[in-house]
Design a binder for this molecule. Structure first.
Ligand SMILES: Nc1nc2c(ncn2[C@@H]2O[C@H](COP(=O)(O)OP(=O)(O)OP(=O)(O)O)[C@@H](O)[C@H]2O)c(=O)[nH]1
Ligand SMILES: [Mg+2]
Length: 564
């Protein structure tokens, strides 16, 4: 017994993964290498035991009993059959820091500085590493912090103890799913189960009449909780399938309550004499069940056993993955639900906009002039946004503001598509390229004729060359449109035609049109005022003649009236 007590003073907890204030996790490589790269350790295959779960649930307290067992069994080579490893009744519990109170204690990931050396039944010499982790869901950690610690410790351990209180609840399974999925994302898909042993540990189990304390009762409860049946909601079924697919072995142990001293006495220092005998009895069964030489599970990654020196590389690689920008940000249940709500409201409002625009300018509707299309767009956009605002959504106005912005962007994107679809229906626009090049050819033809007439042959042949080029481009464009090949060249020709149209042909055409209109208006006024015959038809217009006759007769009548 004395030897056991001395042994508990060897080693100390070493922070390996440090939780920084800005919610970043940093690996202390030097400390890690100091533990795992010792000459007598580095080439041994490793067993990594870790404990994870919500904060303030006795994880570090349990690990200190694990330490007592490890020291007695592997450090001092005491065989534990007589349960002496658990120590004397009056010895306070030390090792990983544990304490009472409601505020979190452990942060980041701690590794015990002593790596225990063991020889398996087949003679293989292995090293056993113990990890204690920061509890999940304390008031200071974000969901990402919790997922990072849980995923890292699951990725790096061969036995992960999932520490729960009272029962295995649905939310415990949901969190496990979230965290393991986070860890699984960090791994390349190897097709095999990514993690090894998962040991549910239910503390303060209060229903021994339903399932007895220990592994047998634990199995009964676990089977019930992980059972998949057709009657279950698909969400529950997939959750269970997911958990089973992640771990190669899943067990459960039901622990009794340790007694009121442990749970509520602020002066409790871990003495066995203050702990309920039933709890002690179960510790003596639980810990050797996981860690006796014939129960050890070697750490494997992708089917390969991992040596202590290799574990250092995996620590470095996984922390980089879990803290890098590649993994998606895990969110709280509320955020995820509110996001889903808002996204579905965005989708249905967008659908409203699309279907309204479809009836106005969809594929089977005729061309609409761009002003009317703009008016319809703004009107329908307003209707869609109003519908988005009116829809009941979780998260409140502030939360949905960014989704409203997204909806506006999505609608503007849709509008661009509707617009270009509408433009493609404008036959005049699609005929612009041939019209431009044809016009160039015709104009060149007349101008070159003019130069020929005046005998300036060199200029005329230069203009003829331009005419030939325009015709050649026209033929090339027609071929591209017909065959569908070299579409980029086709677009360049279209662009060139647009530039010529916008800068030369359209202004010229507008000037002529304006002049023509001015002339026509002047003539119409002349006809009206002078009652002249139309210069075009040579006929006196009845629309002008009749009102003029009526006006003249009114003047005549007026004059006669004045005379009488
Ligand atoms: N009810 C109950 N209390 C326990 C049990 N085991 C330990 N405790 C008490 O729980 C309190 C917290 O113990 P810790 O080991 O520090 O808990 P932890 O889970 O490591 O907490 P964090 O490091 O903050 O995540 C201490 O007061 C222990 O005495 C148990 O099985 N049941
Ligand atoms: Mg702790």
């Amino acid at each position: 017994m004395a030897e056991v007590q001395d042994a508990t003073n060897v080693g100390k907890p070493v922070p390996i993964v440090l939780a920084e204030e800005d919610h970043q996790f940093v690996l202390d490589e030097e400390a890690l290498e100091g533990i795992l790269l010792k000459d007598d350790i580095k080439d041994r295959n490793v067993v990594v035991v870790s404990v994870a779960g919500s904060y303030r649930k006795g994880k570090s307290f349990l690990m200190d009993f694990v330490l007592r067992y490890m020291k007695a069994t592997y450090h001092l080579n005491l065989i534990n059959e007589d349960a002496h490893w658990i120590g004397s009744d009056d010895k306070p519990l030390d090792g990983f820091s544990w304490r009472g109170g409601s505020d979190r204690d452990t942060t980041g990931i701690l590794m015990w500085s002593e790596v225990f050396k063991a020889t398996l039944n087949d003679g293989e010499k292995v090293a056993i590493v113990l990890l204690d982790t920061q509890g999940t869901f304390d008031s200071e950690s974000t969901v990402k912090d919790c997922a990072t610690v849980f995923a890292l410790s699951t990725l790096l351990s061969s036995i992960q103890i999932y520490n729960l209180k009272f029962n295995i609840q649905e939310d415990d399974l949901q969190h496990l799913q979230l965290f393991t999925e986070y860890g699984r994302l960090a791994l390349e898909d190897s097709g095999t189960k990514p993690f090894q042993k998962l040991q549910f540990l239910v503390r303060d189990w209060s229903f021994p009449y339903e399932a007895e304390y220990g592994a047998e009762g634990g199995k009964k409860i676990l089977d019930k909780r992980l059972q998949i049946s057709d009657k279950q909601h698909p969400e529950h079924q997939s959750l269970r399938k997911h958990i089973k697919s992640c771990f190669s072995d899943i067990g459960c142990y039901l622990m009794p309550h340790p007694g009121l001293n442990v749970a509520t006495n602020p002066n409790f220092d871990g003495k066995l004499s203050d702990i309920e005998p039933e709890f002690k009895k179960n510790l003596i069964t639980l810990i050797p069940m996981l860690l006796s030489p014939n129960q050890l599970i070697l750490k494997e990654i992708g089917g390969q056993k991992i040596k202590a020196k290799e574990l250092v590389h995996y620590f470095k690689a996984y922390i980089k993955l879990c803290t890098g920008a590649e993994l998606p940000e895990p969110k709280s249940m509320f955020d995820t639900t509110a996001e889903a709500n808002n996204l579905s409201a965005v989708a249905s409002a967008r659908e409203v906009y699309r279907s309204m625009m479809d009836t106005i300018c969809g594929g089977n509707r005729p061309y609409l002039n761009s002003n009317s299309l703009d008016v319809e767009h703004f009107k329908n956009k307003d209707i869609a946004i109003e519908q988005f605002i009116a829809k009941r959504k979780m998260g409140g106005d502030e939360f949905s503001e960014s989704y409203k912005f997204k909806l506006e962007n999505d609608i503007d994107e849709d509008f661009l598509k509707f617009k270009s679809q509408n433009e493609s229906k404008n036959v005049f626009k699609s005929a612009r390229t041939p019209a431009v090049f044809f016009s160039v050819a015709v104009v060149c033809y007349f101008i070159s004729g003019l130069f020929n007439f005046f005998g300036i042959y060199s200029v005329a042949s230069g203009i003829n060359l331009i005419m030939g080029l325009a015709l050649l481009i026209l033929i090339l464009w027609s071929y591209i449109r017909y065959s569908g090949v070299h579409s980029e060249l086709g677009s360049t020709i279209d662009d060139a035609a647009n530039i010529m149209w916008d800068n030369f042909l359209k202004p010229t055409y507008e000037i002529f049109l304006q002049k023509g209109l001015e002339q026509a208006t002047n003539q119409a006024i002349n006809i009206a005022v002078n009652n002249t015959t139309s210069p075009i038809t040579g006929v006196q217009s009845p629309f002008v003649k009749r009102p003029m006759q009526r006006m003249n007769s009114h003047i005549e009548m007026n004059d006669r009236f004045k005379q009488t």
